[in-house]
Write a protein that binds this ligand. Structure first.
Ligand code: BMA
Length: 340
């Protein structure tokens, strides 16, 4: 039993490996057989990474960023019995518009997958006269309907909260440029209908902590807990050899999530293993999803590794919330409502 309550389903068949007794740093540990998805996982796809999974009909389903052999990223559907071993549909996900006509994005990367009420939503970065957020919905993982693009360019790293807050859908996003973006804070927007978005708020900015001093971006869908919304996000530092992407943790106010209650000054996970340090883009750990079990407080974090692989890491609600609180440093622009 966990003291910190996870407000989600029980998923007794989620993947799990016990952690060590003592932790030198954050209480987050890797699956020993990482990466769970290796190179050339699918015909015409060289790498799968930065992907999102969730429980579905007693098994697991996911939307996967597949880098095609022509270099263009797209999203593929994957299926798994255990959320570790995955099989992928060879065809890209086929999107239609609200009238049922083909509506395929030019490219699609960094998908997130979130269930709100009885509908599954996929958000990704696609082309809308530059890098922008695309949004689609499905109820059966057979028909995927793209809805209006929520934001004007340039924006990335959108992720919905898993339930409406004060009657509205709420989405995190990270305004950016159309390139490798040397800046970036996390914002939040609300919508009554997923078409019209407003009440934009600043959630939190890059910080003076060196590991997240260049930019930050939303990662997995925030997890509802008795302490607030537990958010795993990515934070980026700049080095003489390029960016380094680590995983950070924060807890947002449950009714007013643009207010940050706790923000961990330390990264929770940073590139250390060969599959995180070596690949198409070295030194990238990029969280996109979690699977959680309310009964035990167990959390599995799915993260992209070096723009080449998918990795799996674990933590527990009690341990990670205690660590975030113990090492919390918030600034005025974290704790205020983010409206200027
Ligand atoms: C970001 C995104 C991610 C990628 C990261 C590191 O801008 O494009 O997809 O993992 O860069 O290359």
């Amino acid at each position: 039993m966990s003291n910190v309550k996870l407000i989600c389903d029980n998923v007794p068949n989620m993947p799990w490996v016990e952690g060590p007794k003592e932790f030198a740093n954050a209480p987050v540990w890797r699956y020993p057989d990482n990466p769970i998805i290796g190179r050339n996982p699918l015909k015409n796809v060289a790498r799968i990474f930065n992907s999102a999974v969730m429980p579905y009909e007693g098994k697991f389903i996911g939307v996967f960023r597949g880098e095609q052999t022509n270099g263009v990223p797209y999203i593929y559907l994957g299926h798994s019995e255990d959320a570790i071993h995955w099989t992928f549909d060879e065809e890209k996900i086929h999107f239609v518009d609200e009238d049922g006509k083909d509506f395929m994005p030019v490219y699609a990367y960094d998908p997130r997958l979130v269930k709100v009420e009885d509908t599954y939503y996929i958000m990704w970065c696609g082309d809308f006269y530059g890098a922008a957020i695309h949004l689609a919905k499905t109820k059966d993982f057979k028909t995927f309907v793209r809805v209006e693009n929520p934001f004007i360019p340039f924006n990335r790293n959108a992720v919905l909260f898993p339930r409406k807050i004060n009657g509205n859908f709420v989405m995190l996003s990270r305004p950016s440029d159309s390139g490798h973006t040397p800046f970036g804070d996390i914002f939040l927007s609300e919508s009554p209908d997923l078409t019209y978005w407003g009440k934009h708020r600043h959630v939190m900015g890059r910080s003076s902590e060196w590991w997240e001093s260049v930019k930050i971006g939303g990662g997995a869908a925030p997890i509802e807990t008795s302490e607030g919304w537990l958010m795993f996000y990515h934070g980026v530092s700049g080095t003489c050899n390029g960016f380094v992407y680590s995983i950070g943790g924060a807890i947002l106010d449950i009714d007013n999530p643009s207010v940050v209650k706790y923000r961990c000054e330390n990264f929770l996970l940073t590139p250390e293993e060969w599959y995180e340090e070596r690949g198409f883009v070295p030194n990238v750990t990029f969280p996109c999803a979690t699977i959680c079990d309310a009964a035990t407080g167990r959390i599995a974090i799915y993260y992209g590794c070096a723009d080449s692989y998918v990795g799996l890491a674990f933590t527990e609600a009690d341990k990670v919330v205690a660590y975030i609180k113990e090492h919390s440093v918030t600034r005025w622009d974290d704790t205020d409502p983010g409206r200027r």
